[in-house]
Write a protein that binds this ligand. Structure first.
Ligand code: ZN
Length: 175
């Protein structure tokens, strides 16, 4: 019995060491942004204010939807909480971009990369992102395989985000 306990403690110590060895992922990200006060106001391409709504168990960090004629961004606070604040802003901006760029009405193969780029530039112009912040996203995307919908595989996605950060601004379509 004592031997088993020792083994158990040993395993736990090894696990603690292992977890401690991933300092970037272990950085604290204690809460999601408050739903009633998103990182910035989002208006769609018609100038309609986008409603931000809490949706636990969404199956994704956030989603852009149109219900009736009202544009929504639904966010899953539990999923958001697991991410650092700058990455939360990035995902909010990505969903906002789908509304700003009218992707529900005018889908193209590049909607996902366009939304990514818009979010990065918006955050940069609002002073919310520095280049280092985008570089720090890398571990969180490292294992993402991309999607048929057009999300790039993780490492490529971060490379593209950094390119967007370095490009000039283009905010003709926004408020
Ligand atoms: Zn998207």
């Amino acid at each position: 019995m004592a031997c088993l306990l020792n083994k158990l403690w040993g395993a736990m110590a090894a696990l603690a060491l292992l977890l401690g060895a991933v300092p970037v992922l272990a950085e604290p990200a204690p809460q999601s942004f408050p739903i009633e006060k998103p990182p910035f106001e989002c208006r769609n391409f018609r100038g309609l204010k986008v409603v931000v709504q809490q949706a636990s168990g969404l199956g994704d960090v956030a989603k852009a939807q149109i219900v009736g004629r009202i544009p929504f961004i639904q966010v899953d606070p539990e999923r958001l909480m697991t991410l650092p604040p700058k990455l939360q802003i990035f995902f909010f901006g990505h969903e906002c971009a789908h509304h700003v760029l009218g992707h529900n009405f005018y889908p193209t193969p590049s909607v996902e990369t366009d939304a990514d780029c818009w979010s990065i530039k918006r955050g940069r112009e609002l002073g919310l992102f520095k280049r280092d912040d985008i570089e720090a996203f890398a571990p969180y995307f490292a294992h993402s395989k991309g999607s048929n919908a057009g999300h790039l595989p993780g490492p490529e996605r971060v490379t593209r985000l950094l390119q967007c950060y370095d490009e000039p601004g283009e905010f003709a379509a926004t408020q």
